[in-house]
Design a protein around this ligand. Sequence first.
Ligand code: ADP
Ligand code: MG
Length: 351
Amino acid sequence: MINIEHVSKQFGSLQVLEDISINIDQGDIFGIIGQSGAGKSTLLRCINGLEKYNGGSITVEGKEIAGLSQKELQLVRKDMGMIFQNFNLLGRLNVYDNIAFGLKLKKEPKDIIEQKVKRMLKLVNLEEFADRSVTAMSGGQQQRIAIARALVNEPNVLLLDEPLGALDLKLRKEMQQELKKIQQEVGITFIYVTHDQEEALTMSDKIVVMREGEIQQIGSPTDIYNEPVNEFVANFIGESNIIDGVMLEDCKVEFCGRTFECVDKGFEKNAPVDVVIRPEDLKIVYAGDGLLQGVVESIVFKGVHYEMMVRTQFFTFMVHSTMAESVGKTVGLSVIPFDIHIMHKSAEAQA
Ligand code: ADP
Ligand code: MG
């Protein structure tokens, strides 16, 4: 429904977006993720025509954004809601009037407005707060008002730019679930910008990882988590053990002085690779039982699991386990072939 092809954008001599190509399907939550300055907001602003791109094309339901007149653009924008980190609520109006604002501008009949606003108040669980001043509402409630205000106009697409960025961690987690639930109820497309990888992974159907204006990877959360295409994505998406290795042949990789079976194929013989093993995929076994052996250097309880650092001859591994081991103990580490992920060395690392 939204097609972005080879889009580039410069601010003066600063290249902010470079050769961005993305397809966004109807009804998906599409996550855009990357560090501050990666170009996420700029991309969002290009999609709804607030910013002009310098090259490539963006089509929304078949219409090329750059080719539209102001009037046509306004029509397209009517179908796109937008929510920002600072909710931009109208402080002098109560909750009801904030949500009704857009409909009143459109001069919709009073009874229709009332019907729609009431439905939204119910959707975001604020029915009993209609008459409250928005300034008397908590951060989470204000966020819900902002969502209701955007959805009341019945957009096809909702663009969300770090919508939960101003909330504390606990509230953010709650709102993530709530937003996802709302999205499923209304069935519209969400384009969801965040710098928080965990938020993107839990929220999105599909994710694009951006770095300095360029796409690093597009895929489902599990694709990106389990098969990061390079070291940047692996590091950005989650804590990982990234070890230098050599791909001996198909399904055979050497690292830490040992040869491991894996499931990856198609690398050149003896190609230098990065081997990625997630902390939760390493299993602590009796010393001597695993291919790797090391000493527990530290242990920290993380709420659900223990995080241990295990020093082997060549590499110190991060291991997550629900079982605690004592510091100083010699243990074995094992990993199944499926959990060994092989990546091409990034160009940077080779240079
Ligand atoms: P993100 O949302 O990923 O943090 P932005 O899209 O806001 O990144 O910004 C990307 C880059 O473009 C940054 O280096 C930022 O300073 C620059 N930038 C954004 N807007 C403008 C502007 N209007 N004029 C000049 N530079 C800008
Ligand atoms: Mg931004």
